[in-house]
Design a protein around this ligand. Structure first.
Ligand SMILES: [Zn+2]
Ligand SMILES: [Zn+2]
Length: 515
């Protein structure tokens, strides 16, 4: 691409300690590719695009919102390369002034020309980073070059100007099924966590999985980053299955320490843990379990909650999140990350009910969250009152109960102040293990690209004829904002935020024996 009056200076070195991940939902990606490759294979074409973002300590989590396609005359059609005319640039600047989003540029290269930036691409990027930075009050800028490989597959390179530095756009992610994470063709491949123990003879540790899914799938799982929120009944068996399947990188989050009654359902826990004082954090048990199975796995562990900013920063590096908390705020947060940051998730919950020695419900419910799906509020997965109770201070709780009692004395409706206790649902290990291993299976298939979930939300009861299987239909509510903030990142309003009285998350420094 070119600009009149070329500057031709040496382009600054990219800061490889930081990275930018860009997520593009499949429907938008298809439209964008059609636009950019309209003169392919012989000639280039380009477009501005709008993106949401979050600045994190590791770099930039960017989300493609939509293309701002050139209108007639805004790009020079006579030129075989992309040449932005002043009126198109003025329109992009206006976008910056009228919205909180970042503006980026993408252009295609002719087939066979690779994705290396040309000297005029360099000039262009420096010019736009500077121009958009000053009109956007320091907002990041993003530039992508797209091409087709020999088999027609997408090849890309990219860089982003963020916090005064040029950083590489390392991955171009399509968070739909089949999941795709294309790596910047200009960068060297990273070292992947390898389940093979060096120098040990014998068959591959994931040989049976490879037989079924192919060696490609095994490599994909090794390169996968999975976040598991909640490391108890459903989270721990899910983690165990994922570790055994060779998933390379784990982000584990749980604020609790192990407790004696947890021995009945937490995988990786032993009798000796119940004797320790203080008892270990659940995430510590998970880290030890993962490393016993795969000493090469990389683990980031937080004693904390999904609503913590520092936790979210790290979760945004994941390919997939598993919601294993069975809480209303947990589901609200998962669906919010799926909507605003295009980060897909699978949530699982169980419900056991019984009385007088008889069990009458042994239910498992699975819900997928994704940018194209209705949020947790639209889906009815979050109820306002229990959500409020989960996020309340002890003082507020006491005040509300007292106010309700006072109101009742006056003959008024006390439920305006206190909607009743939210019972903690009892769970048992066999059912949580079933639920956790089930979602691990869906996650493995999803990451390997071998199969999608059968429905976006469903439940079944293992004690009912035909398992009482039910599909729960979901529809976006016309009054909910979720459909309007897809990909908006930090520039969209969060559906839920951390209650101020909750403690800050603590990142544990853990070391595998192999490291
Ligand atoms: Zn170019
Ligand atoms: Zn919604």
């Amino acid at each position: 691409m070119a600009l009149q009056g070329e500057l031709t200076m040496k382009f600054p070195e990219l800061d490889s300690r930081q990275s930018c991940l860009i997520r593009v939902a499949e429907a938008e990606r298809k439209k964008f590719e059609k636009l950019l490759f309209q003169r392919h294979p012989a000639q280039e074409w380009g477009s501005f695009f709008r993106f949401g973002y979050r600045q994190t300590p590791w770099g930039l989590a960017a989300t493609f919102i939509k293309a701002l396609p050139p209108m007639a005359g805004e790009l020079d059609r006579q030129s075989s390369i992309v040449s932005f005319r002043p009126q198109y640039i003025a329109r992009a600047v206006k976008e910056l002034e009228n919205t909180p989003f970042g503006i980026g540029i993408a252009h295609s290269h002719p087939q066979g020309w690779g994705v290396s930036p040309s000297p005029s691409d360099d000039d262009m990027d420096e010019y736009f980073a500077d121009l958009f930075g000053s009109f956007g009050g320091g907002r990041p800028y993003c530039s992508l070059i797209l091409n087709r490989g020999q088999d027609g597959e997408l090849v890309f390179s990219g860089r982003s100007f963020h916090a005064g530095k040029w950083i590489p756009v390392t991955e171009f992610i399509t968070p739909n099924f089949p999941y795709s994470r294309v790596r910047n063709a200009e960068l060297k491949a990273p070292r992947s966590a390898n389940l093979e123990s060096a120098g040990e003879p014998g068959e591959s540790l994931t040989a049976r999985l490879e037989e079924l899914y192919g060696s490609d799938a095994a490599a994909k799982l090794q390169a996968s980053r999975v976040g598991i929120i909640g490391c108890s009944g459903t989270g721990s068996p899910a983690i165990e299955c994922l570790a055994r399947a060779g998933v390379g990188e784990f982000f584990i989050v749980d604020y609790q320490r192990f407790g004696r009654s947890n021995l009945e359902r937490i995988h990786g826990s032993r009798f000796e843990h119940a004797k320790q004082s203080p008892m270990p954090y659940k995430v510590e048990l998970m880290a030890a379990m993962i490393w016993e199975i795969n000493p090469q796995a990389t683990i980031t562990a937080f004693v904390g909650n999904i609503l913590d900013d520092e936790v979210v920063n790290e979760l945004l590096r994941c390919d997939l999140l598993l919601g294993c908390t069975d809480t209303h705020h947990g589901r609200a947060a998962l669906s919010d990350l799926a909507t605003r940051f295009l980060l897909p998730a699978i949530d699982v919950g169980v419900m056991l009910e019984g009385s007088e020695g008889k069990v009458n419900s042994q239910l498992i419910e699975v819900t997928r969250y994704a940018p194209e799906l209705p949020c947790a509020f639209c889906s009815g997965s979050v109820n306002t009152w229990p959500l409020k109770v989960e996020c309340m201070t002890e003082t507020e709780r006491a005040q509300r109960i007292e106010a309700a009692a006072e109101a009742a004395k006056r003959g008024e409706d006390g439920t305006l102040y206190w909607g009743g206790d939210v019972p903690q649902l009892p769970t048992v290990g066999f059912l949580t293990t079933n639920a956790g291993s089930l979602v691990a299976g869906y996650a493995i298939n999803w990451l390997a690209g071998s199969s999608d979930l059968p429905h976006s939300r469903f439940q079944f009861d293992i004690g009912q004829p035909e398992f009482g299987f039910a599909v729960i239909n979901r529809k976006r509510s016309a009054t909910c904002a979720c459909g309007k903030i897809v990909g908006h990142g930090d520039q969209g309003d969060a559906a839920i935020s951390k209650p101020p009285h909750w403690p800050r998350a603590m990142k544990l420094s853990l070391l595998s024996k192999a490291q």
